[in-house]
Write a new protein. Structure first.
Length: 266
């Protein structure tokens, strides 16, 4: 069953990568907002592909251990770069793929070192308010910083802001699935999710897909881990290895910013 879980997770990563590349191809080089993108068939196909990838990842988690399934999810970055490059009529360079490999190695180190939580999760109403306020403030600051950054920096900051909001969404989903909650938590859930989606499309519109996608993949799990420790009392990974893994992922993202060309949709 473990081998089957790994294969399913790998296929899920391929669907996720395909969906992200399709959505970026539609958003790149445009000023279209989320409502306009919702009218683009290829962008919607990308969304369906992302949902399929997420569903397969959940199935894989039900069949195999986290330590096998999560590293397979990181492969989406390695799939996404060649797909996105092909959509833009080019081949990814060796330096670009090498930088993506460095990011993936750092992410694998991070996901394997995060301690598993045990027992039900609980988040009171004040905790939900804190979750939304902190993630919202962080995303606003990152959005403001993107206004004065270079193109690659703008893509990274916007995608990081999206990752923070997605991390907050993931934390709230965990409470809804595993813990105790009030009915209005369901009403709060779409707020960070929709803001994250809109912010990610703005990052994709800049054109540096590799930078955007890598920044998203780093920010999302790190934010979820931080909120888990801050609001849910979950343990944090200790020692120098997690710091080294995070630094490796960050260094790979910087290398991607220097090697991935600015892309506009044809």
């Amino acid at each position: 069953m473990t081998a089957l879980a790994a294969v399913i997770a790998l296929v899920g990563s391929l669907f996720f990568a395909l969906g992200a590349a399709l959505q970026q191809h539609e958003a790149a080089g445009t000023t279209a907002g989320l409502r306009a993108l919702l009218r683009k068939p290829r962008w919607l196909i990308g969304g369906a592909s992302i949902l399929t990838g997420g569903g397969l990842h959940i199935v894989a988690l039900g069949l195999g251990p986290l330590t096998v399934v999560q590293p397979m999810g990181v492969a989406s970055l390695l799939f996404a770069l060649p797909i996105a490059a092909a959509l833009h009529g080019r081949r990814p360079s060796r330096r670009e793929l090498a930088a993506a490999g460095v990011v993936a190695a750092g992410l694998i180190g991070l996901v394997l070192l995060v301690p598993e939580s045990d027992g039900p999760t609980h988040l009171g109403p004040s905790g939900v308010v804190t979750l939304l306020a902190v993630s919202g403030a962080a995303s606003v600051l990152l959005w403001a910083g993107s206004k004065i950054a270079s193109a690659a920096g703008r893509a990274a900051l916007l995608a990081t802001g999206s990752g923070v909001l997605y991390g907050a969404t993931a934390t709230l989903v965990r409470v809804l699935v595993d813990g105790t909650w009030n009915w209005w938590y369901l009403l709060a859930l779409p707020v960070p999710a929709l803001l994250a989606l809109a912010m990610l499309q703005r990052a994709y519109a800049v054109g540096h897909f590799g930078v955007s996608f890598a920044s998203l993949q780093i920010a999302d799990p790190l934010t979820a881990v931080a909120f888990g420790a801050l609001l849910l009392g979950e343990p944090l990974p200790t020692g120098v290895i997690p710091v080294a893994a995070a630094a490796l992922a960050a260094a790979g993202t910087v290398a991607l910013a220097r090697t991935t060309p600015l892309e506009a949709r044809h």
